[in-house]
Design a protein around this ligand. Sequence first.
Ligand SMILES: Cc1cc2nc3c(=O)[nH]c(=O)nc-3n(C[C@H](O)[C@H](O)[C@H](O)COP(=O)(O)OP(=O)(O)OC[C@H]3O[C@@H](n4cnc5c(N)ncnc54)[C@H](O)[C@@H]3O)c2cc1C
Length: 406
Amino acid sequence: MNEKFDIIIVGGGIVGLATALKLVTMHPNKTVLVLEKEKEVAAHQTSHNSGVIHSGIYYKPGSYKAINCLIGRRELVSFAKEYKIAHDICGKVIVATDKGELAHMNKVYNNGIANGVEDIEIIDSKRIKEIEPFCEGIAGIRVGCTGIIDYGDVARKYAELVIAKGNGNKVLTSQKVIAFEKSTDSTTVITETDKFIGKYIITTAGLQADRITKKEGAKTDASIIGFRGDYYDLTAKGLSKVKNLIYPVPNPKFPFLGVHYTRMIKGGTECGPNAVFVFDREGYSKTAFSLKDTAEAFGFKGTWKFFAKHWQFGLDEYRGAFSKAYFLKRLQKLIPTLEMDDIEPSRCGIRAMALGSNGEMLDDFKIEKHGNALHVINSPSPAATASLAYGNEIAKTATEYFNLSN
Ligand SMILES: Cc1cc2nc3c(=O)[nH]c(=O)nc-3n(C[C@H](O)[C@H](O)[C@H](O)COP(=O)(O)OP(=O)(O)OC[C@H]3O[C@@H](n4cnc5c(N)ncnc54)[C@H](O)[C@@H]3O)c2cc1C
């Protein structure tokens, strides 16, 4: 076929689609193609997350995450209103259950203030109970601007708008990119069934970000490690114990927020996710195994360094994955009266975390440049909340780096 485009984006998750939307808006005369390997867009992290519109309270002041979460959240809420995407700014509480957590709770609150997060306040145990009657805590933070949404719906709307711009812009599914062929002024992107020519390439491949980056010929020191997050649903009996969103104070040593309670926009309330290292980056079951993924993970020295440092955390997470009683115990930290028949196993999601060869997780969003390509290497949470702001940053970087305005 060899159809030609100005920009080809590999990966039809929320980040790739937001980037496409920003590009077609900034450059109405350029043609943009998004290639997605699955039958539908948003098939991986974008539709396997907690569906929380994060406030921006957790992130280091000045970081890319902090800045883009705030701008992105506000833009997302306006977008959801404009396009009538169901959402609810229901607020949440972050709850400390023992004195040892208070120092970090205050740090999180101060981060929120430094980041300019609106409608946050420190609350006492009495106020926690007024907001969430079954929750026990010694102090907490009420975050009024947190909300819930379905990110699959958001991403599908981005795709619809990219196509609606006309000008030959396309979002094609069932197009797995397997190779790139370089020539002097363009790149041929080869999928399992077709070939497309792009003047410029942007990759936003989530759980496959490192592989697609290397396939394009760029070097990256980071390797993607998958962390599965299992969820339980509150049963009809358990549902009355949670009104909206209840989070623990996160462990500052890890990039995960800890198992929490989340009311979902399409009904029901979920509890989770934990964070279990996976042997198959896209295997959505507890026993999924991929020899390729496992061999690659263990062939990377950063993985060994990470395990050496965090083996205790890893073992705890594994216990939680295979024992309902253990998972329940973790949830009871916030709601002590929660019982076995208040929860039932449900779905899971897999987070893509970029790990450096030093065994440290990359904390912030990361974009790398190579020839006529930009590679989005790390898009951890809150990339869904931040998608419109993050997509705008990627589109602006592309405009400058590819000199698109000329
Ligand atoms: C369990 C969990 C809970 C989370 N909770 C939240 C939350 O509450 N709020 C929040 O803001 N964020 C949350 N996140 C994070 C958020 O979901 C991600 O940061 C975001 O979805 C990343 O989007 P993405 O487009 O980079 O990745 P993805 O959605 O994974 O998209 C990447 C796409 O690239 C495609 N692709 C890969 N390789 C190829 C190839 N060779 N050819 C073509 N296509 C390819 C994949 O099929 C995929 O569709 C959570 C994530 C998880 C997993």
